[in-house]
Design a protein around this ligand. Structure first.
Ligand SMILES: [Zn+2]
Length: 1081
């Protein structure tokens, strides 16, 4: 099997994964562009004169305020039927129905003062999204592109901002989500923690303590109280529980007291942000979730006539323009809601005509604002359908000219009531059309796509599993299978594109890729099936413990608490896995007493076998210690207030006290030094630091230089404030230049390594060497010749070397010695890892370098332990395979490192400062470079571990060399004979069997992709099954995004790592060819 084919096959598998993720994302992640335009008092939303408005009156903006103050009582998850009076005085069939008696009494006693509505929330019905909608009047989606990911703060125009702009004072009490959404916006605020759903009373009791005293004061214009008890009771017990009745009674009592204290100029708004299902959940779009209650009341008459029998349905966003105009504020720029007509009657017992005119005026102002928003939005984003926009535009123009005509008529003669009503219905048609267009574009899950994406991901995981099992059979026809699949995929894409164009749908990349992937996957699976059906158990990923581990790991992604605690879960699983490894050694009797021969120490003598126990135990201890130490750099998720983030994540510049700072700086320098020295030490020990090849020279001189650059950068950036003024320019220049220099050096090193990847020193002996015994005359003609010859040369070199070591150089003439040939692949991989580590290190804060050191040490120990415990494959040439256990441990270490370098899978936890490393002045307008820098910082662990993945295959071979080296020093004269037959071929054993080498690389890639793919799949399933969960947009969706992007980074890095090994292999091949040619002469 060709090497290129292996890479192509893996690339195809990655593409299948990407297509599945893209399809799921396009159905799950709702997106919308966020505009930062704000409305203001001075500027009306459109042309045209004002009637009935109060411009020029004190405190008035677009209109005169009808109320000077308002109290908004938000009862989280207040479903409509919790409030609706049960008809005819009958007892309600469920105790929680129609529980708010104070509202019933007001509705009956003062029909013109009070009204109850069905308050229709748009999905996603999660609290944060609803709060955004209730203040901006828009339809927040999960990704409001353009918003600041570093915080949840609302940057769009909203009611609270408008109140602040006009100098009104807002007092808030309740759910602390508001603190993140509106930082610093309240004149007085009492926040209470919202995260603990089990806690029904802290927030509510906290509010009740402050509510009445605040009501009695007059230092506020808007009072917001957000109660959480009903919602938490739903999540904990569901609505049917007796606790719910108690909670609703408490709310009823509160409203009763509140109404008694209400002033005449104050409007009371009681609303639920969403409803709940029969099990108490919310987040989706079912009727009980979207139907909340809205109740309006004022001590003065509010409505011209008594309410209808059945309460009117009011979309949630409609409250925003209504409240804005009632309080005399401009309507927020991005509002797409429609004013509530009833509330815009003339004062008191006004004439019908005046009422209609006031309503037409409010509607027209509202329509102008929405039209202005649609115009601005469609200029910035293209996602709204064009024909619909055009239709709405025409509708608005005609309504506007009608409105103007009406105003002209008003000056001269009588206006007919019917004309005004016609105009109102026209404006209303426009407003509803606009809202529908936005809803359809922004706020709808597409279940078909979500299911399609999940199915595609599942089947690709299966494909990885099955194929990794089948690769070991040598006659497996990858070539034809791959060709057939790709051909089918292309055909499928073309067909789909044709079909979509025929029905006039827009071509979407995600859809096309998914179509192509599905058809190529089907073709592949069909071909597999026609080859006969092997038993499924043959393909199970490894032994039972691995299955349990994989299951636990995936199941943990279904729980928000476990995702928040993943930083502890991953190390725990890793510790368990390494303990299992050592325990298994004990079961197999290899830990303490002599047992069957181990592959690493191949001599079955008791003296050498016994040594494995202490070594394995030592490695285990070291590994456990490293795992423990790395948790010192943990960062806490925001949702766990008890947890304390490590203070070591802060940059050194923030450390006060020169002594402490210097100590820390010294420690970081130490970490750098140890990192460089250990890489060099390892390479020297393997013999890869001897040759004069350019990459070797680079490791000798370039790596220390990179460390020096890093150290200088840290010193300057952490102490730049203390530099004398005349050196400031120099220092800031160096702060910008040094990281770029280190990156440049890394690039140079990488280039050199790719140019000459064979870091082997060849020594020719003084005596004229006898020619190598080649069974073929002349230089090797074909690849097969070469493959046959290479091990022979290698053995010969080994023999010559050993002859020299044993001091009997006379008997075996020293022909050739190649140092470092046995570890030539892993030397290249380790060098690349070291080259990558320094730029990545610079993107983190200084003290993370200690975490990086621990990470390198830990992976080294893990590799050693795996090599000891799992052992090398049989001494026969192939097939080689990396056990599932090793791959699972590697993937777990990658996850653990993500957390132990101070990351968390939520947007506010991203290290945004990384974008300014090397660019202290910022980047101008292009977002590509900062995104790359921040991405490299966030996914550093994914990158390093995936590039280093081939080490899992190579390390046992390297270990073989170390073992034999150790043994050699122990060997007595009697054992020399035995050793002669056991030359450590090390990594050359892989070259010995090129077919098995390729297969092993393919299998390694497939297995790693499977493990990563299962993690993504678990996140996908969790996000779609739990899309009604309280935490979906706060925990599950961000976790899915991080996991999906991490998969992308990991898979690309994996392909690069494998390609690197293949590249080195190619170079080794041509190196041998040259060697043989030179021997021929
Ligand atoms: Zn809520």
């Amino acid at each position: 099997m060709l090497k290129a084919l292996v890479l192509l096959f893996l690339t195809w598998v990655c593409f299948l994964f990407y297509a599945g993720i893209a399809l799921f994302t396009s159905g799950f992640l709702l997106t919308r562009l966020e505009l930062t335009n704000h409305s203001n008092c001075q500027e009306l939303p459109g042309k045209g004169p004002l009637v009935g408005g109060g411009r020029g009156e004190p405190g008035a903006c677009w209109t005169a305020p009808r109320f000077s103050r308002a109290v908004v009582v938000l009862i989280d998850a207040l479903r409509f039927d919790f409030v609706q009076p049960w008809p005819g005085g009958l007892p309600a069939p469920q105790p929680f129905l129609g529980r708010l008696g104070s509202i019933h009494r007001l509705l009956e006693a003062q029909p013109q003062h009070a009204r109850l509505y069905r308050f229709l929330a748009d999905p996603p019905t999660t609290t944060m999204q609803r709060l955004k909608a209730l203040t901006t009047g828009s339809l927040p989606t999960f990704i409001d592109a353009g918003s600041n990911f570093a915080s949840y703060a609302i940057e769009e125009d909203n009611l609270i901002a408008q109140l602040n702009n006009t100098g009104k004072r807002v007092v808030f009490m309740g759910d602390d989500t508001w603190e993140g959404l509106f930082p610093g916006a309240f004149s007085q605020a009492f926040f209470f923690p919202s995260f603990n759903v089990k806690d029904l009373h802290t927030v509510d009791n906290g509010i009740l303590e402050h509510l009445y005293p605040t009501m009695d004061r007059d230092d506020w214009d808007l009072l917001i109280a957000h109660f959480l008890g009903v919602d938490h009771c739903g999540h904990k017990h569901g609505p049917h529980h007796p606790e719910m009745v108690k909670k609703l009674n408490q709310m009823d009592q509160m409203l009763q007291t509140l109404v008694e204290r209400l002033d005449n100029d104050t409007l009371l708004v009681v609303a639920g942000d969403h409803g709940m299902t029969e099990t108490g959940d919310h987040g989706g779009d079912s009727k009980p979730e979207v139907t909340a209650a809205l109740f309006l009341y004022s001590p003065l008459p509010l409505f011209p006539k008594a309410p209808l029998e059945d309460p009117e349905v009011v979309p949630q966003v409609n409250l925003v323009p209504t409240l804005a105009l009632l309080l005399g504020l401009p309507i927020p720029f991005g509002n797409i809601g429609e004013v509530m007509m009833d509330l815009f009657s003339g004062e008191g017992d006004a004439q019908p005509l005046a009422t209609s005119l006031a309503q037409a005026f409010a509607y027209h102002l509202n329509a102008q604002q929405v039209s202005r928003f649609l115009h601005a939005y469609s200029l910035a984003a293209q996602d709204l359908p064009l024909e619909e926009l055009q239709r709405l535009q025409n509708l608005f123009s005609s309504a506007s000219s009608d409105y103007k005509r009406l105003l002209d008529q008003l000056k001269t003669d009588e206006v007919r009531e019917a004309d005004i009503q016609a105009l109102i219905s026209q404006l209303r048609l426009f407003l509803r059309g606009a809202r529908t267009a936005c809803t359809e574009t922004w706020a709808r899950f597409r279940p078909a796509r979500m299911i399609g994406g999940t199915v595609l991901l599942t089947s690709t995981c299966l494909l990885c599993l099955v194929t990794s099992g089948l690769t070991s059979s040598p006659d497996f026809p990858f070539h034809s299978l791959l060709l057939r699949s790709v051909a089918w995929g292309l055909a499928g894409t073309t067909l789909l594109a044709g079909g979509l164009m025929a029905i006039g749908t827009k071509l979407e990349l995600a859809l096309l890729c998914a179509g192509g992937s599905a058809s190529s996957l089907l073709a592949f699976l069909w071909a597999l099936k026609s080859r006969g059906r092997p038993t499924m158990t043959a393909f199970l990923p490894g032994p039972l413990p691995i299955l349990v581990l994989l299951f636990l790991r995936s199941a943990a992604l279904f729980s928000d608490s476990f995702i928040l605690a993943e930083a502890q879960v991953a190390p725990f699983l890793l510790r368990s896995l390494s303990l299992f490894l050592v325990a298994r050694l004990q079961w197999e009797g290899r830990l303490l007493v002599g047992g069957p021969p181990t592959p690493c120490l191949s001599s079955p003598t008791a003296s050498s076998t016994r040594r494995e126990g202490p070594q394995a135990l030592g490695l285990l201890m070291g590994l456990l210690l490293c795992v423990r130490l790395s948790s010192l750099f943990h960062r806490c998720p925001e949702e766990t207030p008890m947890c304390q983030s490590s203070p070591w994540l802060a940059p050194l510049a923030s450390v006060t006290g020169g002594q402490v700072k210097n100590l820390w700086y010294g420690a970081c320098l130490g970490a750098l030094g140890v990192l460089v020295l250990s890489v060099r030490f390892w390479l020297r020990r393997c013999g890869n630091l001897n040759s004069p090849a350019p990459p070797v020279l680079f490791v000798r001189w370039g790596l220390p230089l990179m460390a020096l650059g890093t150290a200088a950068h840290w010193a300057l950036s952490s102490g730049s404030a203390e530099a004398p003024p005349r050196l400031q320019a120099l220092v800031s220049g160096a702060v910008a230049g040094l990281p770029r220099a280190v990156l440049g050096l890394a690039a140079v090193g990488l280039g050199l390594l790719l140019w000459q990847p064979v870091t082997v020193l060849v020594k020719t002996g003084a005596n004229s060497p006898s020619p190598i015994v080649v069974p073929f005359v002349g230089p090797p003609a074909s690849q097969a010749d070469l493959d046959y010859v290479v091990p022979q040369i290698y053995r010969r070199m080994q023999a010559a070397l050993r002859g020299k070591l044993a001091g009997d150089g006379g008997q075996t003439p020293l022909a050739l010695a190649a140092y470092g040939l046995g570890s030539v692949y892993s030397a290249a991989v380790v060098t690349v890892l070291a080259l990558l580590a320094f730029p990545l290190l610079l993107l983190h804060t200084e003290r993370i370098s200690l975490a990086f050191l621990i990470l390198f040490l830990q992976s080294f120990l893990l590799l050693q332990l795996l090599a000891t415990a799992v052992g090398t494959p049989a001494r026969s040439p192939g097939p080689f395979s990396v056990p599932w256990l090793a791959i699972s441990a590697w993937a777990l270490t990658a996850t653990q490192t993500f957390y132990s370098t101070g990351h968390q899978p939520v947007f506010p936890a991203i290290h945004w400062n990384a974008a300014f490393v090397g660019f202290p002045e910022g980047h101008g307008s292009s977002p590509v470079l900062p995104a790359l820098l921040v991405g490299a910082n966030t996914f550093a662990s994914h990158l390093l571990f995936s590039v280093g993945c081939p080490l899992l295959l190579l390390w046992p071979f390297v270990c073989e060399g170390q073992c034999s080296m150790k043994k050699k020093s122990l060997a007595s004269g009697a054992e020399v004979e035995v050793e002669k037959e056991e030359e450590p071929l090390m990594e050359m054993r892989l070259r010995d069997a090129p077919h098995h080498f390729n297969t092993a690389l393919l299998q390694l890639g497939l297995k790693y992709l499977f493990i990563l793919g299962v993690q993504v799949l678990a996140c996908v399933l969790a996000a779609s099954i739990l899309r009604r969960h309280l935490m979906v947009w706060k925990v599950f969706a961000p976790k899915f995004i991080f996991e999906a992007v991490g998969f992308g980074v990991s898979s690309l890095a994996l392909l690069l790592g494998l390609a690197l090994v293949m590249w080195v292999d190619r170079a080794v091949g041509s190196w041998f060819k040259q060697l043989i040619l030179s021997q021929e002469r």
